[in-house]
Write a protein that binds this ligand. Structure first.
Ligand code: SAH
Length: 458
């Protein structure tokens, strides 16, 4: 190991940066996060550095570098766009025992700044001693996804609890074992995300010997199907789940991301076929969480849109089981993206309704009067079977026959189908295209290039 990684205390230190171009700006992005006094000496500075100077985040001296600039400096970055000159300045600093970094000139560097994963106060630095910057970046990208944003907060939370534990456990080895138990034996990223109350409960349980940590249920949005449309939080939840309870419309690509060792329970409801009831689903969630397991309840799209989430949340809360919700991209948003349509358009619609074609009683009644008005726009879920009913109701209430309707089946999936039609032709075109669902009917939305004509017609 040629380079020793150390964490340098920047409180009250002065860091000098010579240069004001892209190299200096890149260094400053990291340095701005420290508590150092930053001095930039350069005749020309970039718009970003100018902004930081105006915000008082650094001091800019508008002139060429001179040797006396090094007086009182703790660290030097020579980061002009001229490598040889950077080397010269670094050598001057080194001669005065000031640690120096010369941008893009490793041999002139007395120290190098590592790639950083910043979850302050937790920081992970990655260095390859200049052998492979690409590897450092790849490792950084990997750690960025694995270390949740809450990592720093977790560290602060434990700091407060450490005093309490220390008072009860004077022996250092005992305390080390104690914290290893809190942090080990479970998925680390999931543990880093727990709330302050949950951590306190875990510490309390461990201190009193009741360390049978309670389970919980995460209600997770699986999005429209494309795994790239999952949130990072959803990915993490899937990686750390003990049990995954999933619906029919959750795609295979998303299921692939579940932890292999997890228990998978299918609770899909197929329209028109006998399937598991909501009460039975609630029971599964309660039973698994009560065993202390981390349960992911995976629902297509966003769990809070036509997902019967209230029933599950109410049932779990009635059993004092913690519930956390991770939103997902709802299928109406994915359908709109597929046809590049803005769901709200200035001058056309001030609101958009998210409707269901079916409810517990059959075809769902809606506020047809307002939907039928010119400019009425809606995204209809579960609307394929109800298309003729919706068409009839809207036209009965005065909607024009030529109002555009776009049907998007399997939005975001490889088998996505888009049908552009009108209210008048909606049921026939759905039948002709063989669309069975899952699909969203976008009422009032046309193919993009025809949009100006349509808007004039509405
Ligand atoms: N919570 C889900 C909706 C569940 S209701 C969400 O936010 O998207 C089930 C309905 O969602 C289906 O009948 C269909 O209308 C719609 N749907 C789900 N996935 C879809 C997809 N990939 N493309 C189009 N519609 C989809």
């Amino acid at each position: 190991m040629q380079y020793l990684p150390i964490h340098f205390d920047t409180r009250g230190a002065t860091i000098l940066i010579v240069g004001g171009g892209p190299a200096a700006e890149a260094k400053l992005r990291t340095l701005l996060k420290t508590e150092a006094i930053l001095r930039v000496v350069a005749e020309e500075i970039s718009p970003e550095i100018t902004r930081w100077a105006e915000q008082g985040k650094l001091q800019h001296e508008d002139r060429p570098f001179k040797a006396t600039d090094l007086d009182g400096v703790s660290l030097l970055y020579s980061a002009t766009e001229d490598n040889a000159y950077n080397g010269e300045i670094a050598d001057m600093a080194a001669a005065r025992q000031i640690p120096a970094n010369a941008a893009d000139y490793k041999d002139a560097c007395r120290f190098i700044t590592p790639a950083l994963v910043d979850r302050a106060p937790v920081t992970v630095s990655i260095g390859t001693e200049g052998t492979s910057p690409a590897l450092a970046r790849a490792l950084k990208a990997d750690l960025e996804t694995r270390l949740p944003p809450e990592t720093g907060r977790f560290a602060y939370k434990t700091k407060a609890l450490r005093e309490k534990v220390k008072a009860l456990m004077p022996d250092l080895a005992d305390r080390q074992r104690f914290w290893a138990k809190i942090l080990g034996g479970k998925d680390l990223t999931a543990q880093l995300r727990i709330s302050e109350a949950e951590l306190e409960a875990q510490v309390e349980a461990q201190l009193t010997g009741h360390d049978d940590i309670a389970g919980k249920v995460l209600l997770v949005g699986a999005g429209p199907g494309d795994p790239d449309m999952l949130t990072t939080a959803a990915r993490r939840a899937l990686h750390s789940a003990d049990v995954i309870v999933y619906d029919r419309l959750v795609s295979d690509g998303v299921m692939e991301l579940g932890r292999r060792e997890a228990e998978y329970i299918y609770v899909g409801k197929t329209p028109g076929e006998p399937s598991i009831g909501q009460a039975a689903i609630n029971e599964i969630l309660i039973e698994k969480a009560s065993e202390g397991l981390a349960v992911v309840r995976l629902k297509s799209g966003d769990p809070l849109i036509f997902g019967r989430a209230d029933e599950e949340i109410d049932a779990l809360q009635a059993h004092n089981i913690p519930v956390q919700i991770i939103p997902g991209i709802t299928s109406a948003a994915a359908a709109a993206a597929a046809i590049k349509a803005s769901l709200t358009t200035r001058g056309t619609n001030k609101a958009i309704s998210l409707l269901t074609g079916h409810d517990a009683k059959g075809f769902a009644e809606q506020d047809w009067v307002s939907l039928a008005r010119p400019g009425g726009r809606a995204a209809v879920y579960m609307g394929v079977g109800a298309a003729r009913f919706i068409q009839g109701r809207l036209m009965l209430h005065g909607a024009e026959a030529g109002r555009p309707v776009t049907v998007v089946e399997n939005a975001s999936r490889p088998n996505q189908i888009i049908v552009y039609t009108t209210l008048k032709n909606l049921p026939d075109d759905i039948a002709a295209s063989g669309i069975k669902g899952p699909a969203i009917l976008l009422i009032g939305y046309a193919e993009r290039r025809a949009e100006t004509e349509i808007r004039a017609a509405i």
